[in-house]
Design a protein around this ligand. Sequence first.
Ligand code: HEC
Length: 163
Amino acid sequence: MKFKILHIGVTMLMASNIAYAESPDNKTNDWLLGAKTDTERFELLQKYLRGFDQPMWEVGERFRAVHEALIRNNYELAAYHWDKIRVTIQNGYLKRPARQANSDTIFLNATWGEVKEAFGTKDAEKAWAGFEKAKNACMACHAAESMHYMNNQALFDLSSPKQ
Ligand code: HEC
């Protein structure tokens, strides 16, 4: 009798484990490992990794950091963030290929390199001119992508403190 109860107990435990593993809406922390198939896992990852907005958020923060670096005459730091901005935009259009054409034409193909060179001179005037060029390219892409309202924010009021 004791054995039978134990047996039922073990069977129930096993059944509940299976139910847990297969439950489509299991509410454990294993949001990836708990998914039923790899396809479902990739879908979850794809959703989690978002679209173009999150890379742009990073680009915005780094652009603010570029501004701060230039104020401190830290041209290496400005160039560092400028490098990361390129990677971030490229990762952005990896997820949203429709954004590639304008990213490349307006921002990456010519402007990005010119700005990088300007920071490399470590000449304040040239570096700030580079910053203005960068800002204009950011804003031109927002306009080209029908996101005019994006340009009306404090980030794009930033410029050389001497102006
Ligand atoms: C493809 C051309 C393109 C370029 C180049 C570009 N942006 Fe954007 N940006 C967008 C688009 C499109 C959105 C809206 C994304 C969305 O709705 O998913 C956006 C959104 C943003 C946002 C709002 C992000 C958020 O959700 O908080 C910021 C900030 C921003 N961009 C800053 C910049 C800065 C700074 C630069 C230049 C260094 C830049 N962008 C260059 C297209 C661009």
